[in-house]
Design a protein around this ligand. Structure first.
Ligand code: ZN
Length: 424
């Protein structure tokens, strides 16, 4: 056998794989997404788009391609729990300007690059929580990825998202002027039909804004009544869709939990009582620590003291939620900051006191369970999709290692990697 060393940069997302294509990945260790301890010396055998075997002393079957990944940890592909592929960092253009001045064509073109950057960072699945004014373009983006036209992660999409009339933005214009909004306005008896319409147009998850600032400079206050949220959640669940509710106030979070939301986003004003309610009702929490961190830095914060109030509030609620035992979703609100820098949320979760192995479990099998994907992906075990990422170093000891991506595999296809392998 001749040993070949070559660099492989595959630009297509999902080349069609023969069902019996065999690949043996040999990293230094395997983090399977469930066990907090990585397994030294384990290897993973991939057949077609699925994991065939994982364990010690795996040998390459005849015809298998062997990929040596010395010094790396192989993990399940990361799952981004809260992205906006149709937004780009607010220090490049304000949210208002993106919604008001950028065409859907421009935003979609940019989103294709955001999708590629996300995948190349090792995030093989994203839950994208709203196009923020770009209509149903996320459904088309998802189709382009699924059809192999562009590289990108598997997507769960929320389409337009739903807000109470008058509560969202952009706002501050002459009332007679029709201003494009960042989400669909609907309430009362019109809310459930809007939920169903979004599902009919392709929403995998229904996103509602349970509270928001009614006026510039104000604190957030509840938007939808509990009964409105209940009806919306019931309609979504009837259709087999999950529900994400943006809520940063304790009352908004309480209503979200009572209404049966699957996840609560942000939650900076969460109290011990409301997190206990979420735990009891099985509502997961997506703290989006990276969002307040990024927006504070855009306003001039350099990471040192004094820490801005928004960052302190996010860290505080994160601690309270952990004490209450709430299931933690990993989702940074990427789009507020650069796509491809998704690992920022994991780093901030560790910095805020969550052990690195727990964060890695949350970002893989944990998010998979919350998003009801655990039977397809999120764990390295036979039968699941071969969505894998190899990083240099051991991220269970040093979380920053998740940024040192060496190889990304999606559905058995290497989409990023410097590959050392045995040739024919
Ligand atoms: Zn968001």
């Amino acid at each position: 056998m001749r040993r070949l060393l070559f660099c492989l940069l595959v630009l297509l997302a999902s080349p069609v794989l023969a069902a019996d294509t065999l690949t043996l990945l040999r990293p230094a260790r395997v983090f399977d997404g469930v066990d907090p301890k990585p397994h030294e010396g384990w290897a993973v055998l991939v057949r077609g788009d699925k994991i065939e075997a994982v364990g010690p002393a795996l040998t390459a079957p005849a015809g298998a391609t062997v990929i040596d990944l010395p010094g790396t940890t192989l993990l399940p592909g990361f799952i981004e729990g809260h992205s906006h592929l149709f937004l780009h960092p607010y220090n490049e253009a304000s949210w208002d300007d993106q919604v008001l001045r950028e065409s859907v064509a421009l935003r979609t073109a940019r989103a294709t690059v955001a999708a590629r950057d996300t995948l190349m960072a090792g995030f093989t699945t994203v839950r994208d929580l709203g196009t923020e004014g770009a209509g149903y373009a996320d459904v088309g983006l998802k189709q382009a990825i699924e059809q192999g036209i562009i590289p990108g992660p598997r997507m769960l999409v929320a389409t337009r998202a739903l807000v109470a009339p008058g509560s969202y933005g952009p706002k501050g214009f002459e009332p007679g002027v029709e201003v494009p909004q960042g989400a669909e306005e609907a309430d009362g008896v019109y809310l459930v039909p809007a939920v169903r319409r979004q599902i009919g147009h392709g929403a995998d998850v229904v996103k509602l804004y349970g509270d928001y600032r009614w006026g510039a400079g104000e604190d957030s206050r509840p938007t939808f009544a509990l009964e409105e949220l209940r009806a919306a959640v019931e309609a979504a669940h009837d259709a087999g869709r999950s529900v994400a509710i943006h809520a940063s106030t304790a009352e908004g979070m309480r209503r979200a939990a009572l209404a049966g939301a699957d996840t609560v986003e942000h939650g900076t004003g969460g109290t011990a009582e409301v997190f206990e309610l979420m735990r009891a009702r099985g509502v997961a929490f997506c703290p989006t620590l990276a969002a307040s961190d990024a927006t504070s830095r855009y306003r001039g914060w350099n990471g040192s003291d004094p820490v801005p109030a928004a960052v302190l509030a996010a860290r505080r609620s994160f601690r309270v939620a952990r004490t209450a035992g709430v299931t933690m979703c990993v989702g940074g609100d990427s789009g507020v900051f650069a796509h491809g820098a998704n690992a920022r949320e994991m780093e901030l979760m560790v910095a805020a006191g969550m052990p690195a192995p727990e964060v890695l479990i949350a970002a893989t099998s944990g998010n998979a369970r919350i998003f009801k994907l655990e039977n397809r992906l999120g764990t390295i075990k036979p039968g699941l999709l071969a969505d894998l990422v190899a990083v240099t170093g051991n991220p269970t000891q040093r979380i920053e290692a998740v940024r040192a991506v060496e190889l990304v595999m999606k559905g058995g296809a290497v989409v990023r990697g410097a590959v050392s392998q045995f040739g024919p």
